[in-house]
Design a protein around this ligand. Structure first.
Ligand SMILES: [Fe+2]
Ligand SMILES: [Fe+2]
Length: 442
């Protein structure tokens, strides 16, 4: 098993990272709060650390610098992943922009050369069970556990929770109290379990005084987790609850920050993902437009944020998400399978949403129409006037948001953009929406 030394002072991030490093690359995480702490661990380590993941800066301390100095002085070579804006380059250090945790997992896998093939072999060597350190689950309290859970006692795996049963906080506390360190799930269940636990941890973090940076990071983690959960377990209640949670923090964020470029800057600090960036921006733009329309209510505004979050949820990557017309789709280099996925992504997402009664009423039909087609297949070239009003707001908002993301702020001429949009959306409700957008300082 790989051993990763994590230098992170925030205990919530510690939990999220170690759970996911464990599940995705089969690594065991050694925690440390500061560079001093980390150096102590390195000094006392006998089995060998395979990778160090740290924040570039914790408080005033430049952690990466301290770690690199220590490694050089002690003549050790251990790869380092450094999160956050690095002020200078170091040999052997890979920089991760901001707090992009998925990127951390991907880069870790690359450095440790955990290819999917190796991961499969790793899976096979795992026996039937996969171990999860219980300390990472300290704040978890689940009403319906998605998988069977076991403990290992006197050479036996004892099932303590059956799929569908609650997994209460008190039970975890009891187990910790009686010295149990590891829980086990069947190896095929591990990603499902980890995503459910991640969702749970994220939902436990409803702190009204949370810092804005942390809120943005957590909302990004929630976005990724919801996507993974949908893929692994479908639209469960936990996924919907987490989605709503993350939509709420999106709404909060969107209301705090006025200029869109400032908002985009903040999100970019945390993730390089276009899928996430454009979802948040659409939420921001559409939310404001809806409230400007004479028919728009707060309920509509919240609904459209939910829709923004889910509209492209069935797409797998940024390349697919950037395709916005039938021509772009046919000209793209995507494989036939991927083209079909892009063609049907609105329909698929809408079916997923429809399957859960806890999703906002009618959100599925807006998602179905988000590329201008009533059947959710392909992209419309025309201004389809039979779309619902919210869908029209969405189409215009997405168009505006693509223009913002694709250009550097200093080259952005709002007047030109507005004129181009008025030419494109030249009639009916479409034009009304563009006009509403024009009156706002976004
Ligand atoms: Fe989109
Ligand atoms: Fe889309």
């Amino acid at each position: 098993m790989y051993k990763v030394l994590l230098v992170e002072s925030d205990s919530d991030f510690q939990k999220l990272f170690s759970l996911n490093l464990n599940a995705y690359i089969g690594a065991h995480t050694v925690q440390s709060q500061s560079s001093e702490d980390a150096i102590l661990s390195l000094d006392n380590d006998e089995e060998g650390i395979d990778l160090i993941i740290c924040r570039y800066k914790l408080g005033e301390e430049i952690v990466t610098q301290e770690i690199v100095d220590y490694l050089n002085d002690s003549m050790q070579i251990i790869p380092v992943l450094s999160m956050g804006d690095m002020q200078q380059e170091y040999q052997g250090v890979t920089a991760i922009n901001g707090n992009d945790w998925k990127e951390v997992i991907r880069e870790s896998a690359k450095i440790l050369e955990v290819t999917s093939k190796k991961m499969m072999e790793h899976n096979e060597s795992l026996d039937q069970f996969f171990a999860i350190p219980i300390e990472n689950l300290a704040s978890v309290d689940t009403e319906v556990c998605d998988v069977d859970v076991f403990i290992y006692e006197s050479d036996n795996f004892d099932q303590i929770i059956e799929k569908g049963e609650p997994f209460p906080f008190i039970l975890i506390e009891e187990m910790t109290g009686s010295g149990i360190e590891l829980l086990y799930v069947k190896k095929n269940d591990r990603l499902k379990f980890i995503n459910q636990m991640t969702a749970n941890i994220l939902m436990a973090l409803r702190d009204p005084n949370i810092s804005e940076d942390k809120e943005i990071t957590l909302s990004g983690v929630a976005f990724d987790t919801v996507r993974d959960m949908l893929e692994l377990s479908g639209m469960t209640d936990v996924a919907i609850e987490l989605a709503n949670e993350s939509v709420n923090s999106m709404v909060k964020l969107v209301n705090q920050t006025d200029p869109l470029f400032a908002l985009l800057e903040k999100i970019k600090k945390n993730t390089g993902s276009y899928l996430y960036q454009h979802s948040v921006l659409i939420a921001a733009i559409a939310h404001h437009i809806v409230l400007k329309m004479d028919w728009g209510s707060q309920e509509h505004a919240n609904k459209i944020c939910f829709i923004a979050m889910f509209h492209d949820i069935c797409l797998e990557n940024d390349e697919q998400a950037k395709i916005n017309s039938q021509i772009a789709l046919s000209r793209s280099d995507l494989s036939p399978r991927d083209k079909k996925l892009v063609e049907q992504h609105a329909l698929k997402a809408s079916m997923l949403i429809k399957a859960n009664p806890k999703a906002p009423y009618g959100a599925d039909s807006i998602i179905l129409q988000h590329h201008g087609k009533l059947n959710g297949i392909g992209f419309s070239n025309e201004l389809n006037s039979s779309l619902s009003q919210l869908a029209i707001v969405f189409v215009v908002a997405e168009d505006y948001c693509e223009r913002i993301i694709s250009i550097e702020p200093e080259f952005f001429k709002r007047e030109n953009v507005m004129n181009a949009m008025k030419r494109k959306f030249h009639k009916g409700m479409y034009l009304k929406v563009v006009e509403a957008l024009e009156t706002m300082g976004l």
